[in-house]
Design a protein around this ligand. Structure first.
Ligand code: ISL
Length: 544
């Protein structure tokens, strides 16, 4: 009812739908999605039954990294709209009872941000340079980078400026890292949090939240002596340092000035055991758990991941988060259809080619079957679920983008060893045919393949067995059944993950090759056809 108090704990069990705005819907025929495009699809979001939208960066950007290179944190990319459009989007979503989370990118600005332009124009050692991480080079003439560190996208993490100094960039060279020891940097991000909170956003997704603070004490250690990023335990000079939490404690105070408090979710690639700090109530409050996203379709691994994360959530007072796909990884409907790679190369979701260098054949049917089972499993778990646009269509990765059309820096740096992340960012198909499959009337910035129309919203709308229908039903059922955080395992069914939730409902997923007997109860929803009283392989059923 209108006027009812907003539950400040809404995020604990929320289903959040990620929109990659340049690829969602294009209202002005420039081939790029925009805010009015999203507004025109609020009805679709309502029909899905999600609780919140997470909007990837929509800020002014040269798109060196899909918008994660921000020119101006308190504005809208003119190709995507205006601040008025943003306000209209907030209103439209809120009228539809959908919350809005925006992306914030604090580790680096773009190289076109006014601060970086000032830094380049300013002399060595100036306050303008202190907002970033500038160092002299090594070697007699300073012509070598300050250290041998690599950027995440490949190549050196240092780039040289015209006057010979070097600046640190953990990602693309167009994304210079900020110096979080600088008071002005800290203050400015608080201003940005307030700017969007005042405009009504409900929360923030914090990009590479574990990267902000660096220890650059000389001499800089060689990469050969450093722990792996994923096992850093606070000892790495670049990632997941303890001091980073001081920043989030400061942020939390600002976020709590609002009613209801604004939520925040950390994107931090850290071991599960180090996630709690990011998810603590004194800090951001929630952190992504990428363990399912990085798991092969495997009974033991899924069970282990779920158990570990539920236990952790109980310990840290946050709630679990579950993710199968996002804009950085190969879509899971495709991952689950890839042949096993002995080296496990695709498991982090990024690589496309098998480790022996061949292009894999995707078993589309298997991939879709497992993707449907996986989402029912994920949605049955306590905690919040993050969906990525297009997964509700069972959309496959686009593996056939022509090289000339690729945009992702990961692709350019790795010289074709992998295809980069563009294949999951191709604009959504809304209609079976027509220009850009209904994305817009100005073409599509990443080329849609011919088969896209068969995955379109239009193609699935009236089909009760479609993946879109499955998502809608699952979200509606989940909403009706939503009950606390509890979960009780039912052991004894080999190869089946079987658990009960408070309120008397049960979820069973069959990872084995043979059909398993279903427990007693009425099946309210299944990810695929049942065989009488049996649950076929790669299928999830919900029972009451
Ligand atoms: O550091 C990593 C592992 O070595 C990466 O997985 C990293 O955490 C991840 O790439 C961060 O992604 C986010 O920030 C990037 C951007 O390209 C991605 O799209 C975004 O999701 C830089 O802003």
């Amino acid at each position: 009812p209108v006027g009812a108090p907003i539950d400040s704990d809404w995020w604990r069990q929320a289903v959040v739908y990620q929109i990659y705005p340049r690829s969602f819907a294009d209202s002005d025929a420039d081939g790029m999605g925009d805010l009015q495009g999203i507004i025109s699809r609020v009805g679709y979001l309502t029909s899905l039954g999600i609780d919140a939208v997470w909007l990837s960066p929509f800020y002014p950007s040269a798109l060196a990294d899909g918008g994660y290179d921000v020119d101006d944190y308190r504005n809208v990319d003119p190709r995507l709209g205006t601040l008025d459009d943003f306000d209209e989007l907030v209103r439209a979503l809120h009228d539809a009872r959908i919350k809005l989370i925006v992306d914030i990118v604090p580790n680096h600005t773009s190289n076109r941000h006014e601060w970086f332009l000032e830094a380049l124009a300013a002399p060595k050692g100036s306050p303008a340079r202190d907002r970033y991480i500038f160092r002299d080079g090594t070697g007699l003439d300073g012509s070598g980078p300050p250290s041998d560190w690599d950027s995440v996208f490949g190549g050196s993490a240092w780039a040289q400026t015209e006057d010979g100094q070097w600046y640190l960039h953990l990602f693309a060279a167009e994304q210079p890292d900020l110096n979080w020891g600088n008071a002005e940097v800290r203050a400015d991000f608080l201003k940005t949090l307030r700017f969007w909170s005042d405009r009504g956003v409900d929360g923030f997704r914090v990009d590479v939240a574990h990267a902000l603070v660096k220890d650059l004490t000389e001499p800089l250690p060689s990469k050969t002596t450093l722990p792996r990023q994923s096992e850093s335990n606070g000892l790495h000079p670049l990632w997941d340092r303890e001091e980073v939490h001081e920043i989030y404690v400061e942020w939390r105070k600002v976020l709590n000035e609002y009613d209801p408090p604004r939520t925040a979710v950390a994107e931090a690639f850290v071991p599960a055991t180090r996630r709690a700090r990011y998810a603590s109530a004194e800090g951001l409050g929630q952190a992504f758990n990428f363990d399912l996203l990085q798991a092969d379709w495997d009974f033991d691994r899924f069970r282990e991941v779920i158990k570990e994360n539920l236990a952790l959530a109980e310990l840290n007072g946050s709630s679990s988060t579950w993710v199968l796909s996002n804009h950085d990884v190969v879509r899971h409907a495709t991952r689950y259809g890839l042949p096993k790679d002995p080296a496990g190369a695709w498991q982090d979701g990024k690589a496309w080619l098998l480790s022996n260098g061949t292009e894999p054949t995707v078993d589309v049917e298997q991939g879709l079957r497992r993707a449907r089972a996986a989402v029912l499993l994920m949605l049955a778990l306590p905690g919040s679920a993050y969906l990525y646009q297009g997964e509700e269509l069972g959309l496959q990765e686009v593996g056939e983008l022509p090289a000339a059309n690729l945009q992702d820096p990961a692709y350019f740096r790795s010289k074709g060893a992998e295809k980069g992340r563009d294949g999951c960012r191709v604009p959504l198909p809304w209609t079976i045919g027509g220009l850009s499959f209904g994305f817009g009337s100005g073409g599509s910035h990443l080329l849609q393949p011919r088969w896209f129309g068969s995955y379109s919203v239009e193609a699935q709308e009236g089909d009760a067995s479609s993946t879109l229908s499955l998502y809608r039903k699952a979200l509606a059922v989940r909403r009706g059944l939503r009950t606390g955080e509890g979960l009780e395992w039912v052991d004894g069914t080999a190869w089946a993950l079987n658990f009960k939730r408070p309120g008397g409902w049960q979820s069973v997923t069959n990872f084995g090759a043979a059909p398993v007997e279903l427990p007693d109860g009425a099946v309210v929803l299944a990810s695929g056809p049942l065989e009488g009283a049996k649950l076929p392989t790669d299928t999830t059923a919900w029972l009451i």
